[in-house]
Design a protein around this ligand. Structure first.
Ligand SMILES: Cc1ncccc1N[C@@H](C)c1cnc2ccsc2c1
Length: 116
C-alpha cells in the first residue's frame, strides 16, 4: 500500500547515502588500512583479540547483498572497523592515527548527509 511504498523509497534512499559514504572512505588517503580484511597470517594476534573483524570491502559486499536493513546497521559496522582499530593499534601509530582520522571523517560526513 502507499505507506509501504513510501518506506521502501526511504529505505533505498538511505542505502544510497551509505553507498556514497563508503565510496568516499574507500578513496580517502587514510583509508588504506581498512580496504580489505586484516590478513591473519600477517597479524596472527588479530584473530585472537578482534572477535568481529570488519573492513570496507566486506561492507560493500553486505550492501550489494542487501544485508543492511537500516542506516543504523550500516553505521554500526563502520564504527566496528574503527573500534577494532583502536583495540589493536596504538593511538600513536600510523594505522592508529589513520583510524582516528577516518572515524572523524565518517562522523562529520554522516551528520551532513543525514541532515540534508
Ligand atoms: C586496520 C588494521 N589493524 C590492525 C592490523 C592491520 C590493519 N590493517 C592492515 C591492512 C595493515 C596495516 N598496516 C600494515 C603495515 C604493513 S602491512 C599492513 C597491513
Amino acid at each position: 500500500d502507499q505507506e509501504k511504498k513510501k518506506q521502501a523509497a526511504e529505505q533505498s534512499e538511505d542505502m544510497t547515502v551509505c553507498r556514497l559514504i563508503l565510496t568516499e572512505m574507500d578513496k580517502h588517503d587514510d583509508g588504506w588500512p581498512f580496504l580489505k580484511p586484516v590478513n591473519f597470517k600477517q597479524f596472527p594476534a588479530y584473530k585472537k583479540y578482534i572477535r568481529q573483524p570488519m573492513d570496507f570491502t566486506t561492507m560493500k559486499n553486505k550492501l550489494r547483498d542487501n544485508q543492511y536493513k537500516t542506516r543504523g546497521d550500516f553505521a554500526a559496522d563502520v564504527r566496528l572497523i574503527f573500534n577494532n582499530c583502536q583495540t589493536f593499534n596504538e593511538d600513536d601509530s600510523e594505522v592508529g592515527r589513520a583510524g582516528h582520522n577516518m572515524r572523524k571523517f565518517f562522523e562529520v560526513r554522516w551528520k551532513q548527509l543525514l541532515l540534508t
